[in-house]
Design a protein. Sequence first.
Length: 328
Amino acid sequence: MVMAAGTANAEYTAQVLVAPDAPAGDAMWAAGISANGQLILVYAWNVATNATDALYVYHTATHQYSPVPLDPDAVAGTMNPLGINDQGLIVGSYLSSTVIVPAWAAAIGYMPFQAFTFDPSSGTYYNFNPAKEINPSDWANCQAVGINSLGMITGVYENGGGEQGYILANIRVEHVKLFYKTIDVLPQGTINMTPPFVGYNGGRSQPQAINNLGQVVGYYTDAKTVAAIGTQGFRWDPLSGFTTLNVPGNINNTAQAINDLGVIVGSTYNPKGTTNGDGFIYSHGSYTIYDYPGSTFTILYGLSDGGAMVGDCQNADGSYSAFVLSPN
């Protein structure tokens, strides 16, 4: 793997994403883009309270924002939308007002975060926790973070041994165990759930997206190297397994999205650079850096099959912006 020369700024046209009826003072945050590039998931974020105040789908063909109702089961402000597919299905997580975590988790302060999907055709939410269904005593926080056009979902749940990734082929099935797969960069083996909880004794694997080929990208930490290099990006392929994705010389790498061509985007940090973090594009063994013009921090969250990208940045004045990049 080699570092591509220069940056990708000149190769894209940037458009800031702002919903016209977003709450005053909120920042916009882009969470993902559908594989066909027609739908972008964005939300209004209250920077002071870290609350999600409103959720939207931006239609790239009409340049219109469609508001999405918030789940009534969610504690106000806690919805975290994370992925959208070609059919407009949305996945994410929130702090549930009704779910109860296992006793061991409650004893150490875990909160009942629940995964969700939103179906725009019916306007309804479906709340689920695959880890809870597989092992009712061995779960805590659960997120759905990515969904492909076939309805396959990837996510992460937390337990006393670390954070484990999962793939769920279809949430609307009777026998979840037949459609569930755990994916861990660093296999944890048997996890000891006996209190007291004394910290992570296993790896932390956090998927972020899944494409239509079933390939998953995300990031992980290794107890042996986390102090020196932080998070490391990964790609998981159903046939070949895991590949680590780190921009050479950088630390705190995260892979956030992958399209069906195998192109990957994410974020990275150069300790010798002039920003607090950069976006990266990985294609055919090469990394290219992208920084939103004038920003001090950039992260790329989503990527379509046509090469359009969405991301977020912090501007020089401290404000935040969501954007979409269209290839020139």
